[in-house]
Design a protein around this ligand. Structure first.
Ligand SMILES: [Zn+2]
Length: 57
């Protein structure tokens, strides 16, 4: 089942939750603390790439 979560980055994104009655509360807290939507993940990864590139030079 797909649930819309509020991520720590301030965006909302759907994530699959296998058993919402068990895990919805846990997942919601987890994403609110350290979850990122896929757009922000991509941005973060791109920034990391850039940083390691700069360090190598
Ligand atoms: Zn985001």
């Amino acid at each position: 089942m797909n649930i819309l979560f509020n991520m720590s980055c301030g965006h909302a994104e759907e994530r699959e939750v296998a058993d919402p009655s068990k895990y919805l509360k846990i997942d919601r807290e987890y994403y609110a603390k350290q979850g990122l939507c896929s757009a922000c993940w991509a941005k973060l990864r791109a920034e990391h790439k850039q940083q390691s590139h700069v360090k190598q030079n």
